[in-house]
Design a protein around this ligand. Sequence first.
Ligand code: FAE
Length: 547
Amino acid sequence: MNDTTLHSDASKGVSRRRFITGTGSLLGVAALAGPTAPVWATPRTAAAPIGSGAHVPVLVVGTGYGGSVAALRLAQAGTDVHMVEMGMAWDTPGADGKIFANTTRPDDRSFWLRTRTKQPLSNFLGFPLDRHVNRYTGILDAEEFAGITVYQGRGVGGGSLVNGGMAVTPKRENFAAVLPTVNAEEMYRTYYPRANADLGVSTIDPAWFDTVDCYQYARVGRKHAQRAGFPFLFVPAVYDWDYMEQEAAGSVPKSALDAEILYGNNYGKKSLQKTYIERIRATGRVTITPLHKVTRVSPASGGGYTVLIDQLDTTGRTTATKTVTADKVFFAAGSVGTSKLLVGLRATGALPLLNDEIGKGWGDNGNVMCGRANHLWDPTGKVQSSIPTAGIDNWDAGGAFAEVAPLPTGIETWASFYLSITKNPHRARFTWNAAAGRAELDWQTAWKQPSIDAAKTIFDRINKKEGTIYRTDLFGVHKIWGDHLTYHPLGGAVLDKATGNYGRLHGYPGLYVIDGALIPGNTTVNPFVTITALAERNIERIIAADL
Ligand code: FAE
């Protein structure tokens, strides 16, 4: 089915407005309603939030993948660690009984300090989907820079709270191009297996995949890929598949099968809260302070570092500023968070010896999205699991790896939807704007063209083979490509350039980068397994040599 037939369907009784409202919408068609009353509880704070004047052996900035690996291994090695996280704890159900909001019904919990949602899929059938929300320290940050919106998770668990859980190890032959100074043999023998095991990565049972309604969309994606001659693969994930089978059987509360993804997942996904952070808590050596944002790190007169931390309330207002000292500081604020902090600290004189590589080498992992309009005889299913399991690999021939993504609207859309990771050569740089007092990124929207070209090597061929066309209603009016965003920010403090070969920042013993900022802009696949594996490699060396 193409757009024309969709519209003519609408004219045959299902009005366009009713059709859209019926979608419920991933797509936030709740947009048609006004703001909802708050449905969440006051977030808990840490049992013992960090206090002004405290001295800690190790302070970790951020609680995503890099930060969680560092904290766990340091604690296991006998070091006390304090983790500081600007987002909320996400451990308290709201009045609706759920910790996290549903993707189809965004509320104040959904976005970081916005008064209007900014959903990645901004439109459906030409209707804009965004809606008013109250400003709140919600879970998904849509951070806007000049040429790109960068989506990031906010809260204890970082991006693991909001991501699709696709846990992909890059092909070994591609790894050398990503991180040429890292010993690939060691990574594939030790650190990738460790990361996969400790993240709880596994692959769907292919027999179940072949029969269950909620993966019809992925089976259609497989059929189209294979008929066009592309290699299809199952993509591993961090979801509890037994739980999903029970969801499908109707015996447990639904999560993946209730369209939960972008704003958190209430049950089956193994976010860091259920893996690394659970083990971190079990060590008894780590304190986690949410709703606290690190703003400055500078050498302390008696050795170590002075760290300034703003305590935030849930409107994002600073309610106190704390000063602590730490012997060692790990920057794990994510590619954007770490890069912004470091360029600011260098420019404002807090850490003037940081080198000229700080802020450079930032990329979007070549992310670009698109939808295809299928024929009427190729439905993709009303109920779609929010956890993708299928990929189309055309990296070697066309520079694109596409995931067959869900469009869990609750009604049949006849749409196939894809997020492609592509070989995009462009790299941007963070710089400090002294007048505005903030870091800026010089990415240009036009730099997505190589990504579009790469994605077209897959989807032009599939469309030709199937006699189908691209959807033009998902990212605006008559706009095919979702080329304004990324889910996968990488780089800004690149390994062996801004840091040594294990993440030590030049000029400042005891300061480390241990997150996605180390990776130079692209991983050839979804990034969190590589971020975790690299952090495992680096922290092992740092513990052995520096502690
Ligand atoms: P990250 O997980 O972003 O953690 C950084 C933490 O630091 C965050 O919790 C911040 O709130 C916190 N922070 C930042 N600044 C400060 C500060 N100044 N003070 C205190 N705290 C601070 O970093 N990747 C995949 O591999 N597979 C997927 O399926 C996938 N899907 C995605 C879907 C979405 C919608 C999004 C947004 C991302 C997705 N990703 C996916 C990307 C993945 O989540 C991301 O690469 C990692 O989370 C990055 O890990 P880091 O440890 O670098």
